[in-house]
Design a protein around this ligand. Structure first.
Ligand SMILES: [Fe+2]
Length: 312
């Protein structure tokens, strides 16, 4: 990595956060590529794709799964709050999660068709832009730039466990304000709500909710973006009112009745997709718009979500 990118990241995130994230990324890649001793892990990784593909073909599900992966649903989630400022009654967030751009060509094509006709105030992206958890990210950024061109108004994002911290300078150059354990007020007239975001808490575990929440006034309405819903307890007890996440893909390949085989998370099953509550906090887990590993969805269609805030 060039000195320039490292300097930019250290200035942007602080020396410790930048070095922790980069250090764990380097360890992760070394593990996958067998540290030059063997390629066992890499072969293993590639075999997952073909094993799943072959199994689905044998079951006669592959073609249907591929078509499902392009059928993006527009879901609506209504969030009522007594402390929402009047100016924000009706405020709408477009939530897009888990694009996995290079694996999800058909879904990206469809997403770019849908986006121009949508109405919302801000857009939030809850991570996993890249297909794999390692390796090049140029194709992911190119595909994301095409999506970004169709988004209106301010766009905010967090990183997922598939993303490299090295993507941050280019993400911000394309006009996505990345929230890396940070918070931004959104103002309307004299009133404001607070939007915070954390770095990946699932694999990298460099999330810092305390830091993200530090500047939020005690009784203000606040939203936390986190790639994974797994930190729901920490978010609720830090006083967040709304928690938006992704990561689980809702299982992606599910049994009839949308019952996930795995959520790839340590999480109560009911928090794996859609709206939920914990303590005083309202949460939402998007099943995502893209696919991981294979571009297939069974009994779990992709989604983008409109969260409508309402003062009650
Ligand atoms: Fe994902």
């Amino acid at each position: 990595m060039s000195e320039g990118v490292l300097n930019k990241l250290e200035l942007r995130l602080g020396r410790l956060h930048a070095r922790q994230r980069l250090g764990i990324e380097t360890d992760h890649e070394a593990q996958i590529f067998g540290q030059g001793i063997n390629f066992f892990h890499l072969e293993n990784w590639y075999s997952i794709h073909s094993v799943i593909r072959t199994m689905l073909k044998l079951l006669g599900l592959y073609g249907r799964g591929r078509r499902n992966a392009e059928q993006i649903q527009i879901r609506h989630n209504h969030v009522g709050s007594k402390i929402l400022p009047k100016q924000f009654d009706g405020f709408t967030l477009l939530h897009i999660s888990d694009l996995h751009v290079e694996v999800s060509e058909g879904a990206m094509r469809r997403l770019n068709e849908i986006l121009p006709g949508m109405t919302y105030d801000i857009c939030v992206l809850t991570g996993d832009y890249r297909g794999a958890t390692f390796g090049p990210f140029d194709a992911a950024l190119e595909g994301l730039a095409r999506v970004r061109a169709h988004l209106k108004g301010p766009v905010y994002g967090v990183l997922g466990n598939h993303d490299s911290i090295r993507m941050v300078p280019e993400l911000e150059e394309m006009g996505i304000r990345m929230l890396l354990n940070e918070c931004e007020p959104i103002s309307r007239g004299e009133e404001a709500i607070y939007l915070a975001g954390i770095d990946d808490a699932h694999y990298y575990r460099v999330d810092n909710i305390e830091k993200a929440a530090a500047e939020i006034p005690e009784h203000a309405f606040s939203i936390l973006l986190s790639h994974t819903p797994e930190v729901y307890r920490q978010a609720a007890h830090a006083g967040f009112d709304l928690f938006l996440s992704g990561h689980t893909h809702g299982g992606q390949i599910c049994l009839p009745g949308s019952i996930p085989i795995t959520l790839s998370s340590v999480l109560p099953r009911h928090m794996g997709a859609g709206p939920w509550n914990y303590s005083e906090m309202v949460g939402y887990t998007s099943v995502g718009v893209g696919c991981a590993v294979v571009p297939v969805r069974i009994n779990c269609l992709p989604e983008i979500t409109l969260h409508h805030l309402q003062r009650i």
